[in-house]
Design a binder for this molecule. Structure first.
Ligand SMILES: Cc1cc2nc3c(=O)[nH]c(=O)nc-3n(C[C@H](O)[C@H](O)[C@H](O)COP(=O)(O)OP(=O)(O)OC[C@H]3O[C@@H](n4cnc5c(N)ncnc54)[C@H](O)[C@@H]3O)c2cc1C
Length: 244
């Protein structure tokens, strides 16, 4: 029986590794054989396989693709936050090292239609949304997107300048950055955790919105509770991705 192409472990070479913050990096990967490029939807994830010297698999972990399908060409970009041994080992990858990519997987993708979307991302939970937001821009879509994005500090906020720049050229995109620890003396964003009062100020009327969230479990539960307090049917209107 033919192998399911999604399950094939495809050899990709490291093209580049760039640091977004002190503990978050982007891994830029290209298939060794261009025919091995994967076709994915914004928001989907892949397994990244780290290899032993003899070509066998050392270990694998799941990563949302942080780039948009339309811009990917023969590159896939993963946004990875340092945590344990796996992410430390991956952070030491050098150009031309070979990894395995398997996928894409997942159904956490842009909701169909033209309706506005409110996104709630915590920390590295931003990656699937970076793909979706870049995809919306690349395809010329102008459905409203409000991005609530929480981090401890400015320095921890991956892709901040990129989202700021997009907001300046894309009237449909409104990022709301919030910092839960230190904030600079001049800081145009919010401070503290995302809460109902903050939500109401930025989106006074939730009618028609689809809600999406990604981050730690406790964060996602708090977002769900906040929406339910406002009468949102979260089973129908809230989409969630857990990095667990
Ligand atoms: C759908 C999904 C999407 C995700 N997207 C992202 C994302 O975009 N960005 C992100 O940063 N995280 C993402 N994650 C989380 C990610 O999969 C890892 O859980 C996270 O990076 C933690 O990595 P770690 O270094 O602690 O490795 P671990 O979670 O500790 O390990 C990862 C794997 O490596 C193995 N391993 C670890 N250490 C060793 C060792 N010493 N020897 C042999 N094997 C070992 C483990 O057994 C495991 O199989 C996502 C998770 C899911 C489920």
């Amino acid at each position: 029986m033919a192998e399911n192409p999604v399950l094939k472990i495809r050899p990709f070479r490291v093209a580049e590794l760039t640091w977004e913050t002190a503990d978050t990096y982007t891994l830029h990967l290209e298939p060794q054989d261009p025919a091995d490029m994967i076709t994915f939807k914004a928001g989907q994830w892949v397994y990244l396989h780290l290899m032993n010297g003899d070509g066998t698999v050392w270990a694998r972990a799941a990563y949302s693709i942080a780039s948009a399908p339309e811009e990917s060409g023969v590159r896939v970009r993963l946004g990875i936050k340092l945590a344990g041994d796996f992410t430390k080992k991956a952070s030491k990858l050098m150009p031309d090292d070979v990894v395995g990519i398997q996928g894409p997987f997942g159904v956490f993708v842009l909701p169909p239609g033209e309706g506005p979307i409110a996104i709630f991302a915590a920390g590295i939970g931003i990656t699937p949304f970076r793909s979706m937001i870049r995809s919306l821009e690349a395809t010329g879509q102008t459905r409203g997107v409000v991005l609530f994005y929480t981090n401890k500090t400015v320095e921890d906020t991956a892709y901040l300048e990129e989202f700021d720049a997009l907001a300046k050229r894309a009237p449909w995109f409104k990022p709301v950055f919030t910092l839960t620890q230190d904030r600079p003396s001049i800081w145009p964003g919010e401070s503290g955790r995302i809460n109902g009062e903050m939500l109401d100020r930025h989106i006074p009327n939730l009618d028609g919105y689809t809600f999406m969230t990604c981050g730690p479990k406790s964060f996602m539960e708090a977002i769900k509770f906040m929406l339910e307090e406002r009468g949102v049917d979260t089973r129908a209107r809230l989409k969630q991705e857990l990095f667990g």
